[in-house]
Design a protein around this ligand. Structure first.
Ligand SMILES: [Zn+2]
Length: 314
């Protein structure tokens, strides 16, 4: 039986919404005696400015946009919300959203959304939402073990192991950007030093390469700029160490890389594949692929809707 789900991806500037039609989650034995169900289908997406104001106003705006989506494409059985930071799964309260004002701390996002929409709401971190979407419907659809990274303002990520998104308590497992890859390396926003994020986030690449955007760094490197080329070598080399660690530990079938830095395309992926293979000698390079994300900017909202399905059991 197909059910519909709403996903909301809460962003610092814009928020995205998606409605999916989907059968039961794929990982409940006995659910599909007649064979696997049809894959989830994306019915609609929308983008709204997140806007300012206190959290109650912002969440009301998101809920109103969600209600419009449900009126046009619903009804939905449940909703998911991807948040850019940490939350408490038990209470549905925000713990820390690095790119939104401090007033969000303690706000009961889940209760406010559920009250307004009239359906159960499940929260997850936005990078985990991206991971779930790409692993179920995007660049790693059909794969059972997947590593996903988003290279943007920070480096987010998540892992799917044997078909299940690894969440850990409060969805905090999967902080792939905070693996330490250089002892005593540059400081990272998490308080540690030498994390993948301290090298591979967009701002770090721009600073190293002396260019205004990651794309410009890659373009200047390709055009022969020495400083930009050195920045690309450092970034790709450090990122490759982080990915090689994950490949060695997990043996994923696919590693999906998305976000603004990944927009550089083969200028990133070509050297990255070679560097990961060199740094993961115990893993057969034919056993995994390193691929760009496929779902674009709606991935977070799609993943939030998929999470609603997985939490409510279809
Ligand atoms: Zn860190």
């Amino acid at each position: 039986m197909t059910t519909r789900y709403l996903g909301i991806d809460v962003g610092g500037t814009n928020s995205k919404l998606a409605v999916l039609a989907a059968g039961p989650p794929p990982d409940r034995p006995g659910d599909h005696p007649g064979g696997p169900p049809d894959p989830p289908r994306l019915l609609a997406t929308a983008t709204i400015p997140t806007g300012g104001g206190d959290p109650v106003e912002v969440v009301e705006r998101l809920a109103a946009a969600g209600a419009r989506m449900v009126a046009a494409h619903g009804p939905v059985a449940a909703a998911g919300a991807g948040v850019p930071g940490l939350f408490d799964e038990t209470s549905g309260q925000v713990v820390f959203l690095p790119n939104l004002p401090a007033a969000w701390t303690g706000h009961r996002v889940r209760d406010q959304l559920a009250g307004r929409l009239g359906v159960p709401v499940a929260l997850l971190n936005d990078a985990r939402a991206f991971t779930l979407a790409e692993s179920r419907m995007g660049a790693a659809a059909g794969c059972s073990t997947v590593v996903c990274l988003t290279l943007g303002t920070g480096v987010g990520g998540g892992v799917v192991v044997d078909g299940r998104l690894r969440m850990g308590p409060h969805g905090r497992a999967g902080e792939l950007g905070h693996q330490v890859i250089q002892l005593d390396g540059p400081p990272c926003g998490c308080g540690n030093r030498g994390c993948v994020e301290a090298f591979a986030a967009g701002a770090a690449l721009c600073r190293l390469g002396g260019q205004p955007s990651p794309e410009a760094v890659f373009a200047a490197a390709a055009a022969g700029d020495e400083r930009a080329a050195a920045a690309v070598r450092v970034t790709v080399g450090r990122l490759a160490v982080g990915i090689a660690n994950l490949v060695t530990v997990l043996w994923p079938e696919r590693v999906v890389v998305g976000g603004g830095v990944a927009a550089a395309g083969e200028r990133l992926f070509g050297p990255l594949r070679a560097a990961v293979a060199a740094a993961a000698p115990l893993v057969d390079p034919a056993a995994y692929q390193i691929v760009p994300a496929a779902l674009g900017p709606a991935a977070g909202a799609i993943g939030a809707a998929l999470w609603a399905r997985e939490r409510t059991g279809g």
